[in-house]
Design a protein around this ligand. Structure first.
Ligand code: TLP
Length: 343
């Protein structure tokens, strides 16, 4: 199977498996797992934040971040297509008692000017703004990357008004590979950042939430409350440490493969995509011109050994990662051309 459904599907490399087998472990709820401690320290260094917390998933990292920064009855400003709003089972409402104030960013990228107009003070009718959230890279907008200037303006504007900014940096290493700006510089203006080890970086499990030491200390308690105290989690952290050191340098290959997919998708009748917007490892393309619904195309592809999911009736998402090389992408393109020709 050529699996382009997500970069979450990567399998651990032999080096990761070796490190997992040999990992030194302890009880992380007591803070005694040396490998988890090393991973958290390394994540804090890489992000330039005071502390970091190892969490099982990106969803838990975002959930804890919202909880740290907000009070019940507040609003969280985010993009309309953000993961936090659309794919995390209403966790903002469920755990933090907040509602979203979504804004439609162009290609998922918000500007301070847009945000500024949506900030609400406490009033007789309004829930006040508690937090601003930005997603970098933006998943459902096609892996788009925030310009540094935009991040700085949003964070400076928010801080001036006493508001915090959380970056959902599930794929912030892809943003770094695409722009040449270090992860540390990308996340510096934001108060907290969550990034995933289990996406393009290829570790089997895990994400990190990084930020100020006091906020992360509170986050540790919320992690326990959410059932995320993982005990001898060093076996997972060991793979994460390898992912952090080894994988970032090869993310550019995934970006080349995504570009290749996008450029060749434009040659398939009925498919629309703008390759100039593909900056990282995600390609979202419109299939409405083929006369087929995305679910039908998915099914036909699957029967021929290619996995690509629809994100709605008209659009599909292909995500490149280290388990699909250039030849596999070319094969996927051929299969897609074949499946849509038969419409
Ligand atoms: N994204 C997954 C699905 O949930 C859609 C994927 O296949 O891309 N933030 C962003 C920007 C994400 O893309 C994801 C996962 C998460 C957070 C949540 O991470 P996990 O799956 O570890 O909870």
């Amino acid at each position: 199977m050529i699996d382009l459904r997500s970069d979450t599907v990567t399998k651990p490399t032999p080096a990761m498996r070796r490190a997992m087998a040999e990992a030194e472990v302890g009880d992380d709820v007591y803070g005694e797992d040396p490998t988890v401690n090393r991973l958290e320290q390394r994540a804090a260094e890489i992000t330039g934040k005071e502390a970091a917390l190892f969490v099982p998933t990106g969803t838990m990292g975002n959930t804890i971040a919202v909880k740290i920064h907000t009070e019940h009855g507040q609003e969280v400003i985010c993009d309309t297509r953000s993961h936090l709003l659309n794919y995390e089972l209403a966790m903002m409402a469920w755990f933090s008692g907040c509602v979203a104030r979504p804004i439609a960013g162009e290609d998922g990228i918000l500007t301070w000017d847009q945000i500024r107009r949506e900030i609400r003070p406490l009033g007789p009718h309004w829930a006040p703004t508690g937090l601003i959230e930005i997603e970098n890279t933006h998943n459902m907008a096609g892996g788009t990357v925030y310009p540094m200037r935009g991040i700085r303006e949003i964070c400076a504007g928010a801080h001036e008004r006493g508001l915090k900014v959380h970056m959902d940096g599930a794929r912030v290493f892809n943003a770094s590979a695409a722009t040449g700006v270090t992860v540390r510089d990308i996340v510096a203006p934001a108060d907290t950042v969550m990034f995933c080890l289990s996406k393009g970086l290829g570790a089997p499990v895990g994400s990190l939430l990084a930020g100020p030491a006091d906020a992360i200390a509170r986050g540790r308690l919320y992690r326990k409350r959410l059932g995320g105290g993982m005990r001898q989690a060093g076996v997972l952290a060991a793979a994460g440490l390898i992912a952090l050191e080894e994988t970032p340098k090869r993310l550019a290959d995934d970006h080349c493969n995504a570009k290749l997919l996008a450029e060749n998708l434009t040659r398939i009748r009925g498919i629309q995509v703008d390759p100039s917007k593909v900056m990282t490892n995600i390609v979202i393309f419109n299939v409405s011109g083929t006369g087929l619904a995305s679910a039908d195309i998915s099914l036909r592809l699957k029967q021929r050994g290619v996995l690509i999911n629809g994100i709605n009736e008209r659009e599909m998402r292909a995500v490149t990662h280290y388990d699909v090389d250039k030849a596999a992408c070319e094969q996927a393109l051929e299969t897609l051309a074949l499946c849509t020709r038969e419409a």
